[in-house]
Ligand binder design. Sequence first.
Ligand code: B12
Length: 100
Amino acid sequence: MEVIYTGLHQTPEQIVETVIQEDADAVGLSILSGAHMTLVPRIVDLLHAQEIDDVVVTVGGTIPADDIPELRRLGVAAVFTPGAPTQEIIDFIRGAVRAD
Ligand code: B12
């Protein structure tokens, strides 16, 4: 995998711009602040506004279990919470991103 790390404190607009510029297959959002129910819907909306429907969106970090169904409903492919094994994350991304 080629991983493009955009650094800390990116706005939803900056993240979506990077997805477009880099023609990304997947986007991984790490959020420990508790702002996931504000920021993730915004990112998903911006992706849809750009007619980007084939990017696999994953979210990780301090995400309460109660919020996971709503994130999945919004189109997040998977949510990884503290303790998630790295191999599980790798296997998920490999399986979810179509091989071209
Ligand atoms: C280290 C740490 C910090 C460091 C961060 C250093 C750094 N630059 O990374 C410092 C000291 C700066 C910090 C600051 C703060 N922190 Co802090 N911090 C932590 C701590 C102890 C560990 C986080 C960590 O790195 N874990 C190790 C990594 C490997 O685990 P992880 O992040 O959970 O990631 C795993 C999964 O979640 C998942 N994952 C995570 N991201 C992603 C992304 C993708 C794409 C995928 C696929 C998977 C994935 O995979 C990982 C492997 O399993 C946690 C407590 C905890 N035990 O989680 C609190 C914690 C995150 N902090 C917290 C808080 C409140 C803060 C502050 C707001 C405190 C303050 N009042 O200033 C600030 C916020 C700073 C900011 N601007 O965001 C709270 C958040 C509470 C909440 N969300 O409800 C926590 C949960 C502590 C607590 N129990 O209260 N913190």
